[in-house]
Ligand binder design. Structure first.
Ligand code: 13P
Length: 252
């Protein structure tokens, strides 16, 4: 019912030549976009180079945007500009942006609105710190992040939203949440969306798991009922691994 979505978050990796080599290797090998959405989210200056080579089955996304569409904001990335390059997705509220660049739930909310204004599909990241998991406040943290991110949103605005549940302790650490932990948290996220926006949105919204996803664990993770895909850092940099993980999602 929900089309799986596998998104690579390249973070601040790859040069132009490396990106071109990746595109060359994946463009013919990805399964049809009727079966799965495959997305690569890269640094903003790479957009043009990726869009030119994306082929039929790969979508391109950015990793951040400004809450304003234009103005005197030196160094920021405009959603209006991304849209003019035919960028389709944008990651918003990644934990690295929250932790290193001070993004609050209010900023995340404003950025989601900027994305929607500019026809970009947001991939909204939420997730708890290790300490929060250990002291039993994971659900409280997730609920606060969801309510903050989607404040003032209408059901229509929620229709194409993607949520990525990424426990911070599992990002780049090699320490994956167990498939059961990931499922439990993604089910909780869906229940909060249900409470806020009703059954149709909750049953349709796609929820990804992210945090040390790789070919060795994707099958188990993607098999879970409430997990509709993955947001993948390190392992998405390798074309063969990326193709493998997209194909794994098709089997769901
Ligand atoms: P890793 O897959 O490298 O753990 O990164 C996860 C992530 O942060 C994706 O956004």
């Amino acid at each position: 019912m929900r089309k799986p979505i596998i998104a690579g978050n390249w973070k601040m990796y790859k040069t132009r030549d490396e990106a071109i080599e990746f595109m060359y290797q994946v463009s013919e090998a990805l399964p049809s976009n009727k079966l799965v959405d495959s997305v690569i989210c890269a640094q903003a200056p790479m957009m043009r180079c990726l869009i030119k080579r994306q082929g039929d089955n790969l979508r391109i996304g950015a990793q951040n945007l400004c809450a304003e569409d234009e103005g005197a904001y030196t160094g920021e990335i405009s959603g209006k500009l991304l849209d003019s390059y035919n960028v389709e997705y944008v990651i918003i509220g990644h934990s690295e942006r929250r932790n290193y660049f001070g993004e609050t739930d209010e900023i995340v909310n404003a950025k989601i609105k900027a994305a929607l204004r500019n026809d970009l599909l947001p991939i909204v990241c939420i997730g708890e710190h290790l300490e929060e998991r250990e002291n039993g406040t994971t659900n409280k943290v997730l609920e606060k992040q969801i309510k903050g991110a989607f404040k003032d949103m209408s059901a229509v605005q929620m229709e194409n939203m993607v949520i990525a549940y990424e426990p911070i302790w599992a990002i780049g650490t090699g320490k994956t949440a167990t498939a059961e932990q990931a499922e439990e948290s993604c089910a909780f996220v869906r229940s909060v969306v249900r409470e806020l926006f009703g059954d149709v949105i909750a049953d349709g919204i796609r929820i990804q798991y992210g945090g040390s996803v790789k070919p060795a664990n994707i099958d188990e993770i993607i098999a879970k009922e409430n997990i509709d895909g993955a947001l993948i850092g390190g392992a998405s940099l390798d074309p063969e691994k990326f193709i493998y993980m997209v194909k794994a999602a098709v089997k769901k």
